[in-house]
Design a protein around this ligand. Structure first.
Ligand code: DC
Length: 226
């Protein structure tokens, strides 16, 4: 039988990471943050001074990159053996990650890695295209959303917790910019097809969102058994 996939897609700051990780822990599923993969490649390209127009170089770089995601006490993102978990959350990376995300050949490499997790594990995977491109046959597809104001506030607090103080209006502008890029890019745009459960998290606590998803899971599992 195919392993179970809960696909969680949605715009930046909708609460995907926090919620997905908790849901995965509770169900004993593997949690995979696909955004971290795009961020890692963005960081590496900046470090290697590769320009965003240099497609071939970026693709070559991706082929020669090792990305490890470790979910222990903290979620660690390892680039070629080095822990870059905090570095990839910087605004410079958020702002520029759309370039990597728009190159089909790079997405294809990452899709393959993302799909391989299902060979062994039940997974909660979050991103923008999980239910549309990575696992169109995911058993549950969730679209998490929230108002721009709320998402900017959450990002601000998240960065502050990591010791990075940013202007909230600036964050808001960048989120609007990123939404535009995510929704309008030609390859694997962020879209909510009819098979998604839509959850607006603006006025919900993390626990309430988690409960909703786990409820859905139990319902589907129950139905499968009947
Ligand atoms: O979720 P995030 O902010 O960490 O995502 C980082 C970038 O990667 C953002 O520009 C959107 C892009 N992304 C994507 O195109 N597809 C995914 N499945 C996940 C992220």
């Amino acid at each position: 039988m195919k392993k179970f996939v809960i696909a969680i897609d949605g715009p930046a700051g909708a609460g995907k990471s926090t919620v997905s990780r908790i849901v995965a822990k509770r169900l004993n599923f593997l949690y995979v943050d696909t955004g971290a993969m795009y961020r890692v490649l963005t960081l590496k390209a900046i470090k290697q001074n590769i320009k965003w127009e240099e497609r071939e170089k970026l693709i070559e770089m991706t082929k020669n990159t090792k990305i490890d995601l470790e979910d222990n006490e903290e979620y660690k993102v390892i680039l070629d053996g080095k822990d870059v978990s905090d570095e990839i959350r910087k605004e410079e990376i958020s702002k520029n990650s759309g370039y990597i995300a728009s190159i089909l050949e790079i997405r294809e490499i990452l899709w393959e890695i993302q799909r391989s997790f299902r060979e062994k594990y039940d997974i909660v995977m979050e991103g923008r295209d999980i239910g549309t491109k990575v696992f169109p046959d995911a058993q549950i597809k969730i679209f998490l959303d929230a108002s721009i104001e709320e998402r900017a506030k959450r990002r601000y607090l998240q960065l502050k917790e990591m010791g990075m103080e940013e202007d909230i209006e600036k964050i808001k502008k960048e989120i609007i910019e990123r939404d535009k890029k995510d929704k309008n890019r030609k390859i694997a745009p962020l879209i909510k097809s009819d098979d998604y459960y839509y959850i607006d998290t603006t006025n919900l606590t993390i626990e309430q969102v988690v409960e909703k998803i786990i409820y859905l899971y139990r319902k589907i599992i129950g139905e499968e058994k009947n």
